[in-house]
Design a binder for this molecule. Structure first.
Ligand code: GLU
Length: 506
């Protein structure tokens, strides 16, 4: 807390931005990008990144979603300077804990005749809506309760009639200078008196956001383009309360490759799904940063720290940002290859655990397969080094490497190379077996294996290498047989060749 205080005093009112998610769903990839842009903007300007939980919708806000949002941000490395868990001078950072603050402002707006209670029933409002629509007009509240007398209000309240609070929206135009899109003007006369609260206990989004952005001294609001219609509402609320408004920057929507609204169909899901699928946070950060932003050099690879130095809003594009899952795979492949395998191993192991291929033993760094065989760290390390180049995400590991932890199951057809006969394949396996048997256990390396077997090749090495590789892995494709045999070791290699020979005898 003290450190924060010091920092803020030094900054003397500099940049303060917020990420303000509603915990009504898991942290979506689009929201994660909004959080990232806010974080980067804060860091690039030596500012403060605030996390505010917009949980006024009690029914739809759930703790599991809130936890997921916090966890997701931490996983990406977007640590907030003020907000849940750490507090700050402008808390509470949960809107559900700020109801009294909103109530004070509601009362003030009403007493200053800038807002009013509306007692119209749902039925009345629906009828009004239908009537206007049938005339081809856009719905706007007709102002029936705008000028109720004090007596009428008192008697409605006495009767406990439910009400909503509407803003007395002035018929003016509101203009703001969007930091990305330039001047944006909205005609509020088209809007009518919109609802800012249900009763006094359920203040609504545009109102609470307008209040909190002011109360929390937010200097720039960076959020998705879909919020543009809300901005004029928030500005007018702030104007009526005599507040200065923050600056606004509306970042482009994320679109699918077909330029339609981004959806699951494009491979876009919640952040936790990517994590569970074996994407690295470095890859996601890099990928998300380039969804709407690019550097002056069009360079593509950026760490979070580098982005913090380079990010600026004037390099954020206006047009939609295209989400391309192949690009994410490309980044992930790159970061997988760069990562220290020792750091990667614990993450990789989770996938073997999940698929019940391995389970941890009591002893550290020993793992047991389903058949009870024990593997050590060294073995896992070798498997991972062999496969890391071939995968785009960690979830692919299990499928590509299960044969290192259990006997492969396959049909004898798999052993056949092109139009070579079954007999010939069997004979080749027997020849290789003989050579492999001669190699001493301590010399069982891929180089020695290759040397020993190379002498057998005549025209077509496929008729040796294919069945050898197939019998070791049980798969159509995999890394080469010598590298695999070296990791499996002499005993298992021989056992698998024997099994294949038997299969071909049948
Ligand atoms: N709670 C709003 C949302 O999740 C916040 C929008 C804003 O940044 O103002 O969409």
């Amino acid at each position: 807390m003290e450190a924060y205080q010091q920092k803020f005093e030094q900054l003397n009112g500099a940049v303060r931005v917020r990420f303000a998610p509603s915990p009504t769903g898991f942290l979506h990839i689009g929201s994660a990008r909004t959080a990232l842009f806010n974080y980067l903007f804060a860091k690039a300007n030596n500012g403060i990144f605030i996390l505010r939980i917009e949980d006024t919708d009690r029914e739809r806000s759930l703790k599991i979603y809130e936890d997921d949002i916090l966890e997701g941000l931490k996983w990406l490395g977007l640590n907030w300077d003020e907000g849940p868990e750490i507090g700050g001078d402008y808390g509470p950072y949960y809107q559900s804990q700020r109801i009294e603050i909103y109530q004070q402002y509601l009362e003030r707006l009403i007493s200053e005749d800038k807002a009013y209670r509306c007692f119209c029933t749902k039925e009345e409002l629906t009828a009004l809506k239908q009537e206007m629509q049938s005339r081809g007009e856009i719905y706007k509240y007709n102002g029936k309760c705008r000028n109720l007398t004090n007596q009428e209000i008192e008697s409605n309240l006495k009767e406990n009639k439910p009400f909503i609070v509407r803003l007395k929206t002035p018929s003016i135009k509101v203009t703001f200078n969007d930091l990305i899109r330039g001047k944006i003007t909205s005609d509020l006369s088209l809007l009518g008196d919109f609802t800012i609260s249900r009763g006094f206990n359920e203040p609504l989004y545009n109102f609470t956001a307008a209040i909190d952005d002011y109360e929390m001294k937010i200097t720039q609001v960076i959020r998705g383009e879909d919020h543009i219609p809300n901005t004029s509402k928030q500005i007018i609320i702030q104007q009526l309360l005599g507040f200065d408004s923050p600056l606004y920057a509306h970042i482009p929507l994320i679109l699918g490759p077909d330029r339609s609204k981004l959806s699951k169909r494009h491979g876009a899901t919640s952040l936790k799904n990517y994590k569970e699928d074996g994407y690295l946070s470095e890859a996601l950060v890099n990928f998300l940063a380039l969804l709407g932003w690019h550097s002056s050099s069009d360079r593509e690879i950026y760490s979070l720290e580098e982005l913090c130095r380079e990010f600026s809003l004037d390099r954020v594009q206006k047009s939609g940002a295209i989400f391309n899952i192949n690009k994410l795979d490309w980044f992930n492949h790159y970061y997988l290859g760069k990562k220290d395998l020792n750091d990667l191993l614990p993450q990789a192991l989770e996938f073997y655990f999940k698929e019940n291929i391995l389970k941890p033993k009591e002893e550290e760094w020993l793992f047991e397969s389903a058949s009870g065989e024990v593997f050590d760290k060294n073995y896992l390390f070798k498997v991972l080094s062999l496969l890391i180049e071939r995968i785009k995400k960690l979830s692919q590991l299990v499928e590509l490497s299960d044969f290192f932890f259990k006997e492969p199951q396959y049909n004898s057809d798999l052993l056949i190379w092109r139009d070579v006969t079954k007999e010939k394949i069997k004979e080749n396996l027997e020849k290789m077996l003989e050579k492999i048997n001669e190699i001493k256990e301590e010399d069982f390396t891929k180089e020695n294996l290759e040397k020993a077997i190379m002498v057998l090749y005549q025209d077509d090495r496929g008729e040796f290498l294919w069945p050898l590789r197939a019998c070791l892995t049980g798969k159509e494709s995999s890394p080469g047989p010598f590298e695999i045999a070296e990791i499996l070791g002499k005993e298992k290699t021989i056992k698998r060749i024997n099994y294949a020979i038997n299969l071909l005898e049948k």
